[in-house]
Every structure is written in structure tokens, then in C-alpha cells.
Design a protein around this ligand. Structure first.
Ligand code: ADP
Ligand code: MG
Length: 622
């Protein structure tokens, strides 16, 4: 009964799984029953979790709100009583004192009710907004702290959609539910309680007819709503992904003349969102008329039985009117409570998505006794490293041993897909090795704190990432203090100073989203300046120049040589000419080291490296 993809349910209802799984049986009937409990516990589990983790700090506010709602319920319940008194005392007995007292009472009670409603609404809105804000903060933290393996497998747009849509929907659900439970249920109790004090026969008839029928029909509608709502949210996520993708690849879309096709894709997603939203809305819209129809049945029944009782002399006109007033007043809260079921279902689907992200477990963590990495020399060593990406069948690295002695430059070459970048990722613990270990100055990277590990090395990739900020801030990224002199010195060493000075605002020029206002070579030099400023003892270069043209490559290469001075460098190079002078070269093939040695030795070996070298010279690429 608990399918593999129901993992989430289990985590939400962890306390409740016992009874659910106890019901697990292959018997069809039991299965239905079990599903029912599961669904129920899932909703309650969600609310309980929201209360526990996000509403707890505001419990006192919720308390005040509930108190205000008790006042709302009591004042609502008082109204039919006033009507009853008015008919009996004023209209029938013609009591002149009551002529003044009753209207005055009605006005006072209505004002109190208005104030209490206002107060509780304000409090609930505040609590709702505040807790969503906290939820969004946590989601963002999950995004930033999450394992790359997990975050990398998420769709950008979907994440944004969960962040924006699901989190807000969850808030609306939780505040609606709390108000519905506190205000409307109490009001219903107050009104029905009043009905019982007037005439319990009539009240019994009312509760026996209306309440059960309402509950059954609402439950059915709720089921439809939740499914449609979840599908709608998923499609909305798909739409966000499409938008993000289109923005990112707009040039490609245009270059290949795929505008219409892209619009077509978007409109089919939009249509599906509409379809699911309408299903949910239809179910929700059906809830109120259903309750109204039921109320009509109830009014008819009460007129009939009430009229009969009145003919017997058991019911005064005032009591009858009071009863009918209470019955009509119970409409609105009953409708809200009926809606609560559907709103709750929508919230459950939003909550499942939100918590599925919050519940994601991280594996790349500091050990409890993690030491700070102490870099004395900066020697880097891969010892029989085997690693497989979770989504792959074959390992990306198999039994790789590489030594990068302190202060030396070691190069990795090999066809694309041979595992070079993966090796660099493992040094920074973006992933952990499956077997073997990586050591820096004899310390296993898994034994030291992530912060100290990542502070010890600078990574420059083929596609440098710049934030939408000024050049100076991009260079100073990750620095505790902003020192313009140091920034400029780093930029000079990275051969970036000259072009920066030619920009309209110099170092204060904003680079645009992703550095869009700079050329590839300029971005790369800013990234190198960033690495310069970081001044880490270990340098990891992943095809840092391969995206550049020859002219800018030369400038960047110069900057890199400057950066590599006196540091332990592990360099992945696309063009062999750039690593000819490396102290040692490892040739990778299919995740394994197949050759190693200096440029000369490898050429003399006349193996894979020599082959690569010949090819590049023939192509004029070296
Ligand atoms: P290189 O840098 O030598 O081109 P990579 O280290 O990037 O090679 O990739 C090695 C292998 O691992 C390739 O088969 C590649 O498809 C796979 N791979 C790389 N990154 C991931 C990832 N995030 N998830 C799954 N497989 C990956
Ligand atoms: Mg690579």
C-alpha cells in the first residue's frame, strides 16, 4: 500500500505511520480503509507540522485570535436570541422597555462582533505572512546548503514555483484552516446549541438531516480538488522551467527559428494548468451551492415540523423565528467549514511539495569532530578513488591515484567525459568518493570542515560565473573585507585592470545578469582575479581557457601562470600547448588513468598522449 513514491507521506506522518501500516493488507476492503486513514493522517500531519515548526513562535497570537473568535461565535449565537426576544416580548407581549433594550443590545453585540472579527483577521494575516516568510527563508537555505547531487537534479523553474506558489498556498491554507476551525466551528456550535435550547426536537431533525449529508458530499469534492490542485502546481512548475529555459536560450531559439514551437510548448502547458485549475475550482465552486441546497431542505423541514409543533402549542412564534434565524446564520460558517476540506486538500498538495524539499537529507556534511584543515605545504593526493554519480550505472572514476606534490603543477588531459572535472569536484567535496580517499597534506578531505576545505582551494572553471553586481564586488566575492587596493592588485595580476578601466564606471561597472555585459575572456579574467584575491594554496583549473579565442586565451594564460606561481595546481587543459610545462601529466580514459609522465616522457612513450598531441598539431589547434 505504501508505494515507493509515497516516501514523502511517510515522512510527513511519521508519528502516524504505525496505524496506517498496521492496516496494510492485500484485502481490498481494508485497502480502501487504509487509504482513507492515510489521507486523513496526511492532512493532520501537515497541519501539525506547520504548527510545530512554523507557528510555534506565534502561539500566543493564535491564542488571542482564538479568544477573539470565541467572542465572534458568542455574539453570532446571541443574534437569534435577540430575534426570539423581540418577537415574543415586543411584538406579542408589547413590552415597551424591551422596545429600547433589544435594539440597543443588537447594536452593541454587532459592534463587538465586528471588532473581534477584525482583530482576529489581522492577527491571522500577520501570522500567515510571517510564517510563510520563515518557510521561504528555510527553502532558500535548503537550496544553498543542499547537496549538489540533489540540487543539480532539480528544475530551476520548478524550484521557483514551489518557492513562490506552493509556499503561499500553504500559508493561505493554514490561516484559513485555523480561522475556520476556531471561528466557524465555534459559531456553528453556538448556533446549534441555541437551537437545542429552543427546541431539541427541531434541532435534532436539523442536525440529523444537514450535517451528515454535508460531510459526505464535501469529502468527495475534496478528493477531486487535491488531485487537480497538485497537478496544477506541477504544471505551473513546468511553466516556470520553460520560462527560465527560454530566457536562457533565447538566442538559440531565435537562431533556429523555433519561436512558434516554443510558444506552442508554453501554450500547451498553460492550457493544462488551466484545465487542472478549473477542475479544482469547479469542485470548490460546487461546495457552496451544495450546502445551500441542503440548507433549503433544512428550512423546509423546520417549517413543516415547527409549524406542526406550534399547532400543538409547543412552540411560540418568537422561538420559531429565533430557530429559523439561527438556521440561516449557520449557513455561512457551515459553508466555510465545508470549503475548509477543499482548501485543506490544496494545502496538502502544496505542503507535500514544500516539505519534500525541506526534508531532503544532505550527505555532504561536516563530521561531528571535523578539524580545521591545516595546509602546511599544500600537497594533494588522490588515493585509489572510485566514484559513481547516483544517476549513472558505470562509475565516472575508477581506482584513480594521482599525486600533486606541494607547489607543483599537475595536468589532466583526456577526451571529454573521461572524468577530469569529476576529479576536481571531489577535491571540493561537491560529491564524496565511493572508495579511496583524497588527502590534502595527509588529511582526508572528509575529516576536515567543509569551510576550511573550500577556503584552501580556488576553482576556476571553463564557464566562470559572475553575479549581477559590480566588477569590484565580483572580484571581492567571499572576502570578509572590501579592500579596493587589493582588488585592483588582483585585477592587474589577472590582466583585467586595463579593460576594467575602459568600462564606463570602471570597477563600479555592473556586469549584468551572469556577467552578460562582459566578453568570455573578460569574464574569465574577472574570475581569475577573484581566485587571485582568494589567495588559496591549492588551485583547481578546469579548462579555464578553452572557451576563449586565441588572443584572449593568451592574456588569460598569462594571468593563470601568474596565479599558479607558488601554488599547488591541478590543471585540466583542453589545448596541450598550455600544459606542456607541467611538472607531471596524467592522461585519463574512461574514468581511469592510462598514462602519466612529463610531456617529453609521454611523447616518447608514443601512446594516447602522443596521439592526442599529433592530432592537435595536425588541426593547428596546439
Ligand atoms: P570530463 O570533465 O573529463 O569531460 P566529467 O568528469 O565531466 O568528464 O564526466 C565524467 C562522466 O561523468 C561523464 O560520463 C559524464 O557524463 C558523467 N557526469 C558528469 N557530471 C555528472 C552529473 N552531475 N551527473 C551524472 N553524470 C555526470
Ligand atoms: Mg569537464
Amino acid at each position: 500500500m505504501l508505494k515507493a513514491n509515497d516516501k514523502l507521506e511517510v515522512s510527513i506522518v511519521s508519528q502516524d505511520t504505525q496505524p496506517t501500516s498496521a492496516l496494510a493488507t492485500h484485502n481490498q476492503r481494508h485497502d480502501v480503509k487504509a487509504r482513507y486513514y492515510q489521507r486523513k493522517s496526511r492532512s493532520y500531519g501537515l497541519i501539525e507540522r506547520m504548527l510545530r515548526s512554523y507557528l510555534r513562535p506565534y502561539l500566543w497570537l493564535l491564542g488571542i485570535s482564538i479568544f477573539a473568535n470565541i467572542i465572534v461565535a458568542a455574539t453570532t449565537g446571541a443574534l437569534p436570541w435577540f430575534i426570539q426576544q423581540a418577537i415574543d416580548k415586543v411584538f406579542t407581549e408589547r413590552d415597551e422597555d424591551m422596545l429600547v433594550l433589544i435594539p440597543a443590545g443588537v447594536i452593541i453585540v454587532s459592534i463587538i462582533k465586528g471588532l473581534a472579527t477584525y482583530g482576529s483577521n489581522i492577527i491571522m494575516s500577520y501570522v500567515g505572512q510571517r510564517s510563510t516568510a520563515n518557510l521561504q527563508r528555510d527553502l532558500f537555505a535548503r537550496l544553498v546548503r543542499g547537496d549538489l547531487a540533489y540540487v543539480g537534479s532539480q528544475h530551476t523553474g520548478e524550484y521557483i514555483s514551489i518557492f513562490m506558489n506552493d509556499a503561499t498556498r500553504l500559508r493561505d491554507t493554514v490561516s484559513t484552516i485555523i480561522v475556520a476551525l476556531a471561528r466557524h466551528l465555534l459559531t456553528i456550535f453556538a448556533l446549534i446549541g441555541f437551537m437545542f435550547t429552543i427546541n431539541w426536537h427541531l434541532a435534532m431533525i436539523y442536525t440529523v438531516i444537514v450535517v451528515p449529508m454535508g460531510v459526505v458530499s464535501m469529502r468527495r469534492l475534496g478528493r477531486v480538488t487535491r488531485k487537480a490542485s497538485r497537478q496544477g502546481l506541477e504544471e505551473t512548475g513546468g511553466l516556470s522551467t520553460l520560462i527560465a529555459e527560454t530566457l536562457g536560450g533565447l538566442r538559440i531559439v531565435k537562431a533556429y527559428g523555433q519561436e512558434d514551437d516554443q510558444i506552442e510548448r508554453a501554450s500547451s502547458v498553460v492550457d493544462r494548468v488551466l484545465q487542472f485549475t478549473m477542475t479544482a475550482l469547479r469542485a470548490r465552486a460546487a461546495a457552496s451551492p451544495a450546502i445551500e441546497a441542503l440548507a433549503g431542505v433544512a428550512v423546509g423541514a423546520v417549517i413543516f415540523f415547527g409549524g406542526y409543533q406550534s399547532m400543538q402549542g409547543n412552540l411560540s412564534a418568537g422561538e420559531f423565528m429565533g430557530f429559523i434565524t439561527a438556521l440561516l446564520a449557520v449557513y455561512q460558517p457551515l459553508r466555510s467549514v465545508a470549503n475548509m476540506q477543499t482548501v485543506l486538500q490544496e494545502g496538502v498538495s502544496a505542503g507535500e511539495r514544500v516539505f519534500s524539499i525541506l526534508d531532503q537529507e544532505d550527505h555532504i556534511l561536516d563530521k561531528p569532530d571535523a578539524q580545521t584543515l591545516t595546509v602546511t605545504q599544500g600537497a594533494l593526493k588522490f588515493d585509489a578513488v572510485t566514484f559513481k554519480y547516483a544517476s549513472r550505472v558505470t562509475p565516472a572514476l575508477y581506482d584513480v591515484s594521482i599525486e600533486v606534490p606541494a607547489g607543483q603543477t599537475v595536468a589532466l588531459v583526456g577526451a571529454s567525459g573521461s572524468g577530469k572535472s569529476t576529479l576536481l569536484n571531489l577535491v571540493l567535496r561537491f560529491f564524496d568518493t565511493d572508495e579511496g580517499k583524497i588527502e590534502i597534506d595527509g588529511q582526508d578531505v572528509r575529516d576536515v570542515s567543509l569551510l576550511s576545505l573550500r577556503a584552501a582551494s580556488a576553482l576556476v572553471t571553463q564557464d566562470p560565473f559572475l553575479f549581477d553586481d559590480t566588477i569590484a564586488n565580483n572580484i571581492a566575492y567571499g572576502q570578509e573585507t572590501f579592500d579596493m587596493a587589493k582588488i585592483e592588485a588582483a585585477a592587474r595580476q589577472a590582466a583585467a585592470h586595463d579593460f576594467i578601466m575602459e568600462m564606463p564606471d570602471g570597477y563600479e561597472t555592473s556586469v549584468g545578469e551572469g556577467g552578460a555585459r562582459l566578453s568570455g575572456g573578460q569574464k574569465q579574467r574577472v574570475a581569475i582575479a577573484r581566485a587571485m584575491l582568494k589567495n588559496a594554496p591549492i588551485l583547481l583549473l578546469d579548462e579555464a581557457t578553452s572557451a576563449l579565442d586565441t588572443a584572449s586565451e593568451q592574456q588569460v594564460q598569462q594571468a593563470l601562470s601568474e596565479l599558479m606561481k607558488g601554488r599547488t595546481s591541478l590543471v585540466i587543459a583542453h589545448r596541450l600547448s598550455t600544459i606542456m610545462h607541467a611538472d607531471n601529466i596524467y592522461v585519463m580514459r574512461d574514468g581511469q588513468v592510462c598514462e602519466s609522465g612529463t610531456h617529453k616522457q609521454l611523447l616518447a612513450q608514443d601512446g594516447v598522449y602522443a596521439e592526442l598531441h599529433k592530432k592537435q598539431f595536425a588541426d593547428g589547434d596546439a
